[in-house]
Design a protein around this ligand. Sequence first.
Ligand code: PEP
Length: 246
Amino acid sequence: MLIAGNWKMNGTPDSMEEFGRMIARAPEATARGIDLLVCPPAVLISKFADRATVSKIAIGGQDCHPKEKGAHTGDISAEMLAACGASAVIVGHSERRADHGETNQLVAEKAAAAQRAGLTAIVCVGETEAERDAGQTESVVAAQVDASAPPSLDAAKLVIAYEPVWAIGTGRTPSVEDVAAVHALIRAKLEERFDVPVRILYGGSVKPSNAAELLAVENVDGALVGGASLKADDFLGIAIAAPKKG
Ligand code: PEP
């Protein structure tokens, strides 16, 4: 089980205090076999990673450029993230797909870049509300998995996060039946192309009060958490609510 926090564009060096509280409480989750990952804004990765050496919280980035280095003003490479202490990076988050026009092809290139640098790539997929209303959830998610997580990736360093776009930051979540159906579809797609099991996270308005129910769903191997990952008590509350799975 992996509980990953996506801090998005939140946090300053003052956030070390809250992160310190997460480190203090992390053993409550890690002692139960739950992996913890925090993805702060890029400017805080080194600081968090230095602090995290005393804990079992892994640190990740929120995006990376496909290239290793060069004339790409404002971008950050996977190699830079790794050198600053990250062990994972989120790619293809719906906010980047929407705000920066990221395509499945680009997301696949970013995932490959992450793995080239030794990072675990957390590839996000998920339908919009209009797509769900049009009955296209399964076809959209299947197409995203096919194109954003091609068989050329290393399954051992790959995680898929199913994040329905309409559930992100809205307080709304799909029913457990809907989560189960989409995760089963993703599992089947992954098994077609990889021999090694790949973790599938659910993301979208996960909080301590709904974590147990969502994380108990078959083929849900953890959560990608936005808003609730900013507070140690909420983040650890989610991790501690995770049921033991075989
Ligand atoms: C996210 O953006 O990855 C996310 C899951 O956000 P939230 O938990 O705030 O819905």
